[in-house]
Design a protein around this ligand. Structure first.
Ligand code: GLU
Length: 303
């Protein structure tokens, strides 16, 4: 019989002195019911184990994140009854940490500049006659065909000198090879499903720094979780698959691999996932309508 989450938490606790988990919203809009569920889930994971709950503001996308949303997010979380330790880590304050991680990976010969546009990547995939690979469950695009990995160093230098914008990608094959020198097996523990083996190769050469930002989702969250001493990561099911990439980065950067728990995703009456554009389901709107915390918990079927 599968162990209950409670038993799993106990198992995790026997390994670690104190559970440290986090809730990590992006202030690109108001929190909706899906976020409320996720925040309550993180809080309960901390409380069940007498652990600590940290908060992180994931605002690397400076074109979409607004201070007004951040203030509203904090306000909504307090209304939900969450308490968290101060100071709150804000990603945009820690670009130097992501840069240091990139330098370390670069020194290991694992990253290369990629000048391709989305259109060029798509055209190249069509040219080599491979159906765009949909294994990237994080929905961040098809698997990169490796075009710029094969550029000569002189060409790279010329394009950089000419000011061509570029992203930085991880050479996945080499990264797995080096990570396996450091850790024999790339694995993590899902507290509800048991030990999992990482297969990051299905993601191909992921982007670690975007053309418009000096970091990426994968790199920042991996660094942040290590810097914040997070040993239990809770997230929605939609982010289960990115663990393959994060587990690899943890090995390369000599970080401990935390344990993980994934929660179900809430859907509306038509079965669609809640999105920030569904204004009627934001905590702001619901609170404005006089809904209480108990009402919100009933709406998200919080038991
Ligand atoms: N910031 C991400 C979001 O709001 C989730 C963070 C994570 O757990 O990776 O969807």
């Amino acid at each position: 019989m599968r162990p209950s989450p409670k038993q799993n938490i106990n198992r995790a606790m026997s390994k670690k002195s104190v559970i440290v988990t986090r809730f990590a919203p992006s202030p690109t809009g108001h929190l909706h019911l899906g976020h409320a569920y996720s925040a309550l889930f993180a809080q309960r994971s901390a409380q069940e184990s007498g652990g600590r709950l940290l908060l992180r503001i994931e605002d690397i996308d400076q074109t979409r994140c607004l201070p007004a949303y951040e203030a509203a997010v904090l306000n909504d979380l307090a209304w939900l009854g969450l308490t968290w330790e101060k100071p709150v880590r804000r990603q945009s304050d820690h670009m130097a940490d992501y840069q240091a991680a990139l330098i370390k990976l670069d020194e290991m010969g694992l990253i290369y500049p990629c000048f391709c546009s989305r259109k060029e990547i798509h055209a190249e995939i069509m040219r080599i006659n491979e159906a765009p690979h949909d294994a990237t469950a994080d929905k961040r695009g098809p698997v990169y065909p490796g075009t710029c990995r094969r550029l000569y160093q002189d060409d790279r230098n010329m394009r950089i000198a000419a000011g061509d914008p570029y992203a930085l990608r991880l050479n996945m094959q080499k990264a797995i090879y080096l990570a396996e020198q450091k850790r024999k097996h790339l694995t993590w523990v899902d507290l509800d499903r048991g030990g999992q083996r990482a297969t990051p190769e299905v993601f191909g050469d992921v982007v670690l720094a975007r053309k418009d930002e000096p970091t990426s989702y994968h790199l920042s969250v991996t660094v942040d979780d290590a810097v914040q001493g997070i040993n239990l990561i809770t997230r929605g099911e939609d982010l289960r698959d990115v663990t393959h990439v994060h587990c690899l980065l943890q090995a390369l950067l000599d970080f401990d691999t935390p344990d993980y728990r994934f929660h179900r995703l809430l859907t509306d009456s038509e079965g669609k996932r809640f999105a920030k554009r569904d204004k009627s389901l934001t905590l702001q709107t619901l609170r404005g309508e006089g809904k209480t915390l108990a009402d919100v918990k009933a709406l998200v079927k919080w038991a």
